[in-house]
Design a protein around this ligand. Structure first.
Ligand code: H79
Length: 409
């Protein structure tokens, strides 16, 4: 199965980086009205000519692809997905189909995608590309958000959208395939305009273009979130949406550390590390991945709170790796936590999210051996006809989210 690596990976990095990283959620001295900093052009209805001027300022002195990939690898992430082109229409690679790109419109000129691709290869990370296929605010016929309608920003005539599709979208996807991506992450949501412009024919056109260039490249369901083609490879949930059940296909949730994907200088709503670890456990217990976002600054640096959280998650994952990677969802229900199972089904990993006392009752289960995964300390077992009762060592509760590995028999 070409999706196997994705299912086994469980944890990836999303990176939102582009011209919007420069204003960072602040326009004319004020915090913009939308939580997403990458939406600043829409939030402020910035005239296109003015937005384009940001390109002249795009010169991220701290951009260091190797460091970015190293942060991801050290956090325990197995893949990295970067915004090759977000809704603003600006391309992070030297695109032939549009001169609104890093090489032609900015002083920086370097091929950000190429550098990241190489850095990921060195770190053993899979490499994915986000591409905004429906919204494109450059003014070449892509759609806009209903929230930005004014004299300049209008929904394009279908014939204009077709031109954008033929002259920018499809050629750029062709260009992206040269980077040999492991996945392409398209973006729509439940907006009727996305259904109007991204018809099932358009979905299939994109999918066959990708398939004709690559046997391995995975495609996500937000190519058309409301009614994705059966030919997509994995399901992407709404942003920050952690579902209560799994899916028939591999799936993931993309989420933010604060409330914005793009770097936002005035967003201080950083979730604590334990919340992020719980999100990872929640999805893993249901068979899904967590694609956690970082928004580097306009200078190309990872924000300190992001680095701190990546390091802390990496430390937890390093100590508990078997309970997350290559695991399978587990429907084993116990009080106060969530379980995953090893691929062979012989080991259950019990993530203790709430302290419910010093014993843990595992209904209808006979346990052979139980250990605290991080330390190897044994938990005493009492098997009864109704199930197994574990005595959790007191020291386990000092480990943050402790994981008990139970060999079943
Ligand atoms: O790239 C990130 C977001 O920019 C993109 N998907 C993720 C991965 C995304 N944009 N919008 N949405 C997802 C959902 C739509 C939200 C909207 Fe709004 C509500 C658009 C207009 C109203 C949020 C709030 C954006 C502007 C105001």
């Amino acid at each position: 199965m070409k999706t196997e690596w994705f299912t086994d990976a469980r944890f990836g990095m999303f990176i939102h980086f582009g011209l919007y990283s420069i204003p960072a959620g602040v326009w004319q001295g004020r915090k913009t009205g939308f939580p997403y900093a990458e939406w600043i052009q829409a939030a402020e209805k910035i005239p296109r000519k003015e937005y384009r001027k940001l390109a002249a300022q795009f010169d991220p002195a701290n951009f260091n692809a190797e460091q970015w990939a190293e942060y991801a690898a050290n956090a325990g992430m197995k893949y990295l997905v970067v915004t090759s082109k977000h809704h603003d229409g600006f391309a992070l690679w030297p695109s032939k189909a549009s001169n609104f790109n890093v090489a032609e419109a900015t002083p920086f000129k370097r091929d950000i995608l190429g550098e990241l691709k190489e850095a990921c290869r060195k770190q053993g990370l899979r490499f994915g590309l986000y591409y905004s296929h429906w919204l494109d605010w450059e003014g070449t016929g892509g759609d806009i958000s209903f929230r930005m309608e004014n004299g300049e920003y209008v929904h394009p005539e279908m014939s204009e959208f077709e031109k954008y599709w033929e002259n920018k979208c499809l050629p750029q996807i062709g260009e992206l395939m040269v980077y040999d991506p492991d996945l392409i992450w398209f973006d729509t949501w439940d907006d009727p305009y996305s259904l109007k412009y991204i018809t099932s024919e358009k979905q299939e056109q994109l999918i066959s273009l990708i398939r004709s260039n690559s046997d391995k490249c995975l495609i996500n369901s937000r190519i058309q979130l409301t009614s994705p083609s059966e030919n997509v490879d994995f399901i992407s949930n709404h942003d920050n949406a952690f579902p209560d059940s799994g899916e028939g296909k591999p799936w993931e949730t993309s989420g933010t550390m604060n409330d914005s994907f793009g770097y936002h200088a005035l967003d201080f709503e950083w979730k604590n590390t334990e919340t992020l670890i719980r999100n990872l456990i929640h999805n893993a217990s249901l068979g899904g991945n967590y694609q956690l976002n970082v928004g580097p600054t306009g200078a190309g640096a990872f924000p300190r709170p992001a680095v701190k959280r990546l390091n802390e998650i990496g430390a937890w994952l390093g100590a508990n790796r078997e309970s997350i990677y290559t695991t399978r969802p587990s429907n084993f229900v116990f009080d106060g936590g969530k379980a995953t199972a090893s691929k062979d089904g012989k080991t259950l990993f019990l993530h203790m999210l709430e302290r419910k006392g010093n014993t843990l009752f595992l209904p209808n289960l006979s346990a052979k051996r139980a250990v605290v995964l991080e330390t190897g300390q044994e938990a005493a077992i009492e098997n009864t006809v109704k199930g197994a009762r574990l005595t959790i060592p007191e020291q386990a509760f000092r480990l943050g989210v402790p994981v008990i590995a139970v060999e079943t028999g």
